[in-house]
Design a protein around this ligand. Structure first.
Ligand code: PMP
Length: 403
């Protein structure tokens, strides 16, 4: 049973059981074709030339922006900034909004569940401005007690930055409620959507976030294209992050007038082919539908989850309920180093990830140094799960332990 795999050329020609989707997803043929079509038929530097090819390139690029606007429910294309990835999007907010709005005595609240991409930029701006970084801690099962958020977010808080979905625990966090708390204290809400956008329908207006970041490559789109959504009123007031070509109206020897939104934040030649590929990925995800994506992911990951519990010496991090994992199963095997686990799985043709998953503070908080993460996507099948489980059940024996 190939299911949706037939849409993904790599999955059809490579027999690896690919369950490292939280790191990067595979791309469907339509995405690969869309990028190829851009370079084959429409390639020119967008936003510059007035000749036909450049106009086409610009149109393709700006159509992709409209697709992103609609996908996340933003009000206007001015609020959609193309970046390289989530990391760059959050750095943009930190350097531009953070540096110009924070001062000594202010606080930035992040959660302990943050990926380093939503932590290091805040460490940096706090160091530079004298603001203090505060941590919203989760419960041992990864859930969040909103009363703790109510206590931690105060009048001193200027920025709250939290992931919508943990890349380690797979759990979704109540961004809408956190945004409401943040706004009551006059803080801005930044949400990291790197892991949520492939799993749940996002509406930035409904979430009430001020900034929202995500990456194309986790959403079945190309690498090297990401998005920052920002509320227009805030973006208007923010200084540019990077400066140079494309982002100006006019330049004199000593000063410059910056371009209107969103171009003010898109310095240099843009990744038009990446944007076109991202549009195609969005169209693809919409055509499958989040209901179907969710159903398939849950089916395969809940099956793996229950079977993993039956294997002795496996400890799964986070919730007891499969439906709270969004396909992400992070675990350890007693007395076997996670890298050895992943090596054994790799030898059996199974792609998982071992390490700290760029979330070292979370792992330390939960009492781990390193773990293994299997992350399922809607194209993974029960056969994939069975091959993973068969291999996993032999790990301890192959490391010299009894069954
Ligand atoms: N945030 C989260 C929650 C992530 O899982 C990741 C990617 N692992 C990132 C941010 C960073 O994404 P990128 O590497 O595409 O910038």
């Amino acid at each position: 049973m190939q299911g949706y795999k037939t849409d993904f050329p790599l999955l059809m020609q490579d027999k690896t059981v690919y369950i490292d989707n939280a790191a990067t997803a595979q791309r469907p043929k339509c995405v690969i074709d869309a990028e190829k079509d851009f370079y084959t038929c429409h390639n020119a530097n967008p936003l510059r030339g007035i000749y036909e090819l450049s106009v086409q390139a610009t149109e393709n690029y700006e159509n992709a922006r409209k697709a992103v606007r609609d996908f996340i429910g933003a009000k206007s294309v001015q609020e959609i900034i193309f970046t390289r990835n989530t990391t760059e999007s959050i750095n943009l907010v930190a350097y531009s909004y953070g540096l110009s709005n924070l001062k000594k005595g202010d606080e930035v609240v992040v959660s302990i569940m943050e990926h380093h991409s939503d932590l290091l930029p805040w460490q940096m701006v706090c160091r530079q401005t004298g603001a203090e970084l505060k941590f919203l801690e989760c419960e041992k099962d990864g859930s969040l007690d909103l009363n703790k958020a109510e206590e931690l977010i105060t009048d001193r808080t200027k920025i709250v930055a939290v992931t919508q979905l943990s890349n380690v625990l797979g759990r979704e966090y109540p961004i809408e409620k956190l945004a409401e708390i943040a706004h009551r204290k006059n803080a801005v809400m930044v949400a990291d959507g790197a892991q949520s956008t492939p799993h749940i329908a996002v509406d930035v207006k409904k979430l009430g976030v001020d900034f929202f970041a995500f990456s194309g490559h986790k959403l079945y789109g190309p690498m090297g294209i990401g998005v920052l959504y920002g509320r227009r009123e805030l973006l208007e007031k923010m200084p540019p992050f990077l400066t140079g070509g494309e982002m100006i109206e006019s330049v004199s020897r000593t000063s410059a007038v910056y371009a209107e939104l969103p171009h003010k934040f898109e310095a240099g030649t843009v990744n038009a082919a990446g944007a076109v590929g991202l549009k195609s990925a969005i169209d693809y995800v919409k055509s499958v539908g989040f209901e179907e994506i969710h159903k398939r992911e849950l089916e395969v990951s809940a099956y793996a989850f229950e079977k993993m519990k039956e294997i002795a010496h496996i400890n799964i991090l986070g919730s007891e309920k499969a439906e709270e994992h969004n396909g992400i199963l992070t675990f350890t095997v007693d007395n076997v180093h996670p890298h050895d686990v992943s090596e054994i799985l790799a030898a059996d043709g199974i792609a998982v990830r071992a390490g700290h998953h760029c979330a070292q503070p979370l792992l330390e908080y939960l009492g781990y140094r390193s773990t293994v993460r299997a992350s399922f996507a809607f194209y993974n099948t029960k056969e994939d799960a069975d091959r993973f489980l068969d291999s996993l059940s032999t790990v301890r024996e192959r490391m010299g332990y009894g069954k």
